[in-house]
Design a binder for this molecule. Sequence first.
Ligand SMILES: [Zn+2]
Ligand SMILES: [Zn+2]
Length: 266
Amino acid sequence: MRLCSIASGSSGNCIYAGSDATHILVDVGISGKRVEMGLAKLGIAGSELDGILITHEHADHVSGLGVIARKYGVPIYATRGTINALRRMNGTGKLEDDLFHEIHEDEKFTIKDLVIAPMQISHDAAQPVAYRIAYGDKRVGICTDLGCYNDYTAECLKGMDALLIEANHDVNMLQVGPYPYYLKQRILGDRGHLSNENSGRLLSRILHDKLQTILLGHLSKENNLPELAYEAVRMEITMGDNPYRADDFRMLVAPRSEMSPIVELL
Ligand SMILES: [Zn+2]
Ligand SMILES: [Zn+2]
C-alpha cells in the first residue's frame, strides 16, 4: 500500500492512497494538470483512478474535482451534506448525478480491495469527514481541517500504519500575522484548524509501536513554517504523556505545492 501527498496546504490539497490494483484520491483541490502530473510520478494514469473521496466542499479541497471527475468518469464519494454543498457551488462545474456516491460517518465501504472508513471531524463546512483507508492489515489515516479533537477522534486514528495529519498554524504567527480578526478567530476556533501544538498533542495520544510514518500536512502559507511545525510537533511528542520520543517515528512535512516522498507500507 502507498500513500503520497500530491499537494497539501491551505492553497490546495490532493492526497493519493492505493494498492497495486486500486487507486484513489482524497480531495482534488489543485488543477487537473497538477493532479495528472502527480499521478504520472506515481506511475498511474488518470484513467486508472477508482474513486475520489471528498472531505468537504472548501475550494482548497475541490477546485480541480470537476475537471478530473468528468474527464475520467471517476466516482466521487462524499457525505450528503458535502454532495449538496458541491451541487450548489459553481466552481466545480456540472457534475453528473451518477458520479456521486453518498457515504456516512462510521460506516465502512469498499472500493475494490480497499476498505474506507469515514469519521466525523469538527470544521466549518456542511458535513466534513476524515478518512481511514485499509488494504489488508495496513491502514492509513488522512485527517486535516479540524478545529479540535476529542476522544472519538483519537480512538478513530489509533492503530494506523501511516498518518497524514494537519499541523495548520503556529498560534503566535497567526496572532501577529496579517489576517483580519474574524479570520483569526475562525482558524483558532473549534471548527477551524489544528495548530502545530494541538497536532502534536493529538499525535501523542495515538502513537503506537507499528506507526511507521507521520506526514504533517495542510500547513498555512501565511501562518506557519515547515521547520516550526516539525519542531513543535516533535516537542509535544517527546514531552507528552506517552512512552515515545519523536525520533522513534519517521516524520515528514508534506510540501505545499510539491509531492511528498512516497510512503510505502510493507
Ligand atoms: Zn482545507
Ligand atoms: Zn476546510
